[in-house]
Design a protein around this ligand. Sequence first.
Ligand code: BQF
Length: 282
Amino acid sequence: MAVWIDGKALAAGIKAQVREEAAALPLRPVLAVVLVGEDPASQIYVRGKERDCAECGIRSLAHRLPADTRQEDLMALIQALNNDPAADGILVQLPLPRGLDQRPVLEAIRPDKDVDCFHPLNVGKMTLGREGFRPCTPAGVMEMLKAYDIPVQGKRCVVIGRSSLVGQPLASLLTQADGTVTLCHSRTENLAEHTRQADILVSAVGRPGLVTGDMVKEGAAVIDVAINRGEDGKLRGDVDFEAVEKKASFITPVPGGVGPMTRAMLMRSVLYAARLHQGQAV
Ligand code: BQF
């Protein structure tokens, strides 16, 4: 039976640390949050991030815009936040409502305020292993592996899902940690042949039941990044938890696994941005 990786507890520890370090800064860090439209999940995510900010001694400034906001008005808000010396970090909650083009918005965010690490400059730096922002979910996964002493060096890592926000950057970070990484996706042939080799298996797809027990090697660490909302309203990941926990050495639950870590890493990124802006060593 696998050890459950307690993302909630790890996240609480990280937030406590952020709170302490934020309190030691001359100025309180500030996160600007932009939410466009009324998507229920996005509203929940934003409220959670605001709560985390409050816990960490970070001031959050929410900008809630109607779903029919025009592209140029959203761009103007980003520019205003870019030029606002009080805002350390700028977070645009995704997905944007239909009709709005996400790319120009994310590329307009000043790279030194890009706490989600979506700007191409920061993506490039991250891919090169240079110091700077890290995307929150991949960083959260790496933090979980580290906290539970799960070795990456020399190990076979299989990531399912090649999104630019999760799968691709996570493959980079695992490679930088000396893992031997296979990035699988919707066009991968014989997916199970790959996953059965994995010492560390990460699923970031968004299809409940995708990872079944027979796809997992005995003793593997299984990280479930997906958040699927069932018809019963309950959250579940991609992994058939009941079957896989019998084979895995470690497993992340959903909820309470990667999700809370994603949010904790956001808090760390805001602290990092505040340090940059306050000329403190980072
Ligand atoms: C948990 C997100 C898809 C698309 C846009 C805790 C979160 C989720 C789950 C959370 C996510 C997913 C966020 C749990 C932020 C993670 O206990 O399992 C926290 O708030 N997340 C987001 O802001 O945008 C998304 C997933």
